[in-house]
Design a protein. Sequence first.
Length: 366
Amino acid sequence: MQWSLFLLLLMGQCVFITCQLYEYHFIKEQMSWDAARAYCRENYTDLAKVFDLTDMRRLQDSAQSQTEAWIGLYNITGGANRRWHWSLPGEEYTENKTCWGNTEPNDGAYPENCVMTGDKWVDAPCTHTYQFICYDETMKDNKTFHLITDKKTWTQAQNYCRQHHTDLASGLDQIYSEEFKKLQNSTALWIGLFRDSWRWSDGSNFSFRYWDMDSFNDGLNKRTCATTLLERSGRWSSAGCDQRKPFFCYDDELILIRENKTWEEALNYCRQKHHDLVSISNPEEQRSVQEGAKNASTPFVWLGLRYGCAARLWLWVTDYVVCYERWASGGRTEDCDMSAAMTTGGQHEWVSQRKNETFNFICIKH
Ligand SMILES: *[C@@H]1O[C@H](CO)[C@@H](O)[C@H](O)[C@H]1NC(C)=O
Ligand SMILES: *[C@@H]1O[C@H](CO)[C@@H](O)[C@H](O)[C@H]1NC(C)=O
Ligand SMILES: *[C@@H]1O[C@H](CO)[C@@H](O)[C@H](O)[C@H]1NC(C)=O
Ligand SMILES: *[C@@H]1O[C@H](CO)[C@@H](O)[C@H](O)[C@H]1NC(C)=O
Ligand SMILES: *[C@@H]1O[C@H](CO)[C@@H](O)[C@H](O)[C@H]1NC(C)=O
Ligand SMILES: *[C@@H]1O[C@H](CO)[C@@H](O)[C@H](O)[C@H]1NC(C)=O
Ligand SMILES: *[C@@H]1O[C@H](CO)[C@@H](O)[C@H](O)[C@H]1NC(C)=O
Ligand SMILES: *[C@@H]1O[C@H](CO)[C@@H](O)[C@H](O)[C@H]1NC(C)=O
Ligand SMILES: *[C@@H]1O[C@H](CO)[C@@H](O)[C@H](O)[C@H]1NC(C)=O
């Protein structure tokens, strides 16, 4: 056995690089929100979107000043534009009438944008105060849920849960769990459900909101574009979209190249113009590569995975061994001139293909 191979197997290891799916860029130049969006769309992907608090910290770290800057969130004013979201990032809302009380949700004299539960769900003004239940993903004190008997407004409750636990209890699986029901015991409680008419510029459904309650009031019309207040720990406020401010763009980490190239040509292309041909080391990465592959013009897209003839094993172009894999059954042929590709449709599984075939491919940008 060759030494290098021996060392490789010895270190042999699945290295889990938690790779970010997008990168933030701070642009100092002051522009209106619309001009800022045009700038981001031409030079990067779009105005910045924020998935959770981890993203928010990354965004702040990419700023070189302490001012107020645009992000990609804006308000669709007028009409029935409100949309329900769970407070917990990544938990998707699906309509389910059986959860709501009779005639709920129904607003009242004022808009009712937050939800409390007794027996069934009821919409209420977010400024009302109730007890609430926090969800804790770390199982603090061996408990998934923590009942907080201090009454707070919905936003205060959300802040409390994010500070001391993970978030307000969110999603049907949590709210209809036995453990939740035991704590609830028919008292009126806030749950992590809210609605608003704010949208991300790139069409994402991210539910994360980080408003600064001292300066933000969702009743103020005309201030329909969102900013981050970098001197107030990044919390968000709103401003008139015509004002000129610096801004944040985001740039996707992956890019689909809709050109037909052999595997070697694809590798060279990615290394010259971007960083490398894409590698996949976990299910999250598989998912984002799938998203990119959907728009390809060929039935397969090349991955940065080739069969190493000397070593007789599959290796990523990054030199890592394969830890996570998603081969189609019967799709793997181990031969010297083989590399791996992902199917563009169906299950997006991997199949080996001769290196001289020509397909679209996906590069990592940085
Ligand atoms: C893209 O960036 C360049 C310079 O960085 C700038 O001149 C150009 O105007 C930008 N595009 C848009 C649409 O603003
Ligand atoms: C956002 O739009 C809604 C109507 O769609 C409106 O009620 C609300 O006041 C607006 N908020 C701001 C800050 O402009
Ligand atoms: C709707 O919610 C109820 C609990 O109230 C649950 O039993 C049911 O499975 C849900 N239906 C769907 C389609 O999710
Ligand atoms: C948590 O629960 C496990 C088993 O259910 C138990 O062994 C452990 O001692 C508990 N820890 C605490 C801090 O209560
Ligand atoms: C439920 O609430 C009732 C009245 O508020 C109380 O007597 C009872 O002990 C509570 N049960 C639990 C399991 O906390
Ligand atoms: C966002 O949610 C809406 C309604 O729930 C849905 O129609 C739309 O497809 C979603 N968009 C994305 C990008 O997931
Ligand atoms: C690449 O190949 C596909 C079919 O395999 C074809 O439809 C497409 O037009 C080709 N694209 C280019 C840029 O040649
Ligand atoms: C798919 O590709 C077409 C043509 O390049 C482009 O116009 C479109 O925006 C792409 N769609 C997505 C979802 O990337
Ligand atoms: C690729 O190479 C194989 C054998 O080396 C050959 O049979 C096949 O026709 C080639 N395919 C293309 C598309 O050039």
